[in-house]
Design a protein around this ligand. Sequence first.
Ligand SMILES: *[C@@H]1O[C@H](CO)[C@@H](O)[C@H](O)[C@H]1NC(C)=O
Ligand SMILES: *[C@@H]1O[C@H](CO)[C@@H](O)[C@H](O)[C@H]1NC(C)=O
Ligand SMILES: [Zn+2]
Length: 385
Amino acid sequence: MKVSILILVFFANYSFAYSIFSPLVNLLNEERLIVTSEDSSPIKVTETDKLKFRRNGVRFIDITNHQNWFWSTKEEKVKVPIYNYPTNISYSKQVEDLVEDINKDNLKSNLAEFSSFYSRYYKSDNGLKSSTWLFERLQSIIADNNNYGLNVTVEKFIHDWAQFSIIVKIEGHKTPEDIIVVGSHQDSANLLLPNILKAPGADDDGSGVVTNLEALRIILSQGIKFDNSLEFHFFSAEEGGLLGSLDIFRSYKSQNKKVVSMLQQDMTGFIQKTLDAGEEEHVGVISDNVSPELTEFVKLIIDSYLNIPWRETLCGYACSDHSSALQNSYPSSFIIESEFKYTNPFIHSTGDTLDRLSFDHIGEFVKLVLGFTYELGFHEFREIL
Ligand SMILES: *[C@@H]1O[C@H](CO)[C@@H](O)[C@H](O)[C@H]1NC(C)=O
Ligand SMILES: *[C@@H]1O[C@H](CO)[C@@H](O)[C@H](O)[C@H]1NC(C)=O
Ligand SMILES: [Zn+2]
């Protein structure tokens, strides 16, 4: 009798433990398909392998959910159109006015709240909570600032994991089919044990998110009626291999949407390594795996509107969500807080906190977004050969 009770207790506990650990083990063993360079074939990996790759600095696109696309359109994908990007700025007075409005207290308070989530890991309940916070913050930014009645919407883009992406659209007045996208990723991840460990993700990429929130607030509060459509994308699951942005740009492509420019910002706040090296504060302009013509325009914007210069830097394959846009033949650029070698060494850990960041530096990236969107928002896009 006693023995059988013991056995029963043992099995009850065992199955209890099993019910907890088995999903975790299954999760980590889940098979995925990733691509790690332009020329290599996709490789089969587990979630555990993916984390290992990331910790070793190997970046990739997870194409598990888009394999048909990946195989069927390899030629089509790489044909990115070239547009007549402006070679001179036209709105310096207007942009200077907008720049006056940049409020660092907004940047700080938004980032304090956004980085206070235990983690924003895309497959976690916390990641869902942080995207819900971001969605509600966007709703209130729109409600509080849209005094000129711009046609602006905010929508969730649902994926097959917990955290959703968010898209804010400001409909263009003349050529709404021409879309300008500014993006950043909302998820964070502690790459040691993302489901368990804390990941404040203040710089990566909380800084990019609050940069775009502030630019959006200013554009709405000034009631800028752009000719072209402007969209702010807050991607989920960048850390999982550009999963959210790939879902979105696949969907855009299949709807034949026309994105004429996409600007990704991933980390805009850390300058300590630059200063420690005795170098001057600057913006890192990524020069590989981007659209060269659009990137020339980005440099023009930095020269025209920022207090600090740019420096070119390499980032490698699949470095951030602009790659998903580019893979779907949408012209894209990517800017980051500094040359790659001086970027934040604390990312993907508990150390990626707000106190390590410069809000003056983040403010420079808000100027960049304002200049970029203003000059392109009224631009007449033509494809050139
Ligand atoms: C653009 O600016 C450059 C240098 O500032 C100038 O030489 C050129 O004439 C300008 N082009 C146009 C079309 O205004
Ligand atoms: C507002 O923009 C959406 C697309 O973003 C469009 O479908 C809708 O017709 C627009 N509404 C008005 C009143 O212009
Ligand atoms: Zn990032």
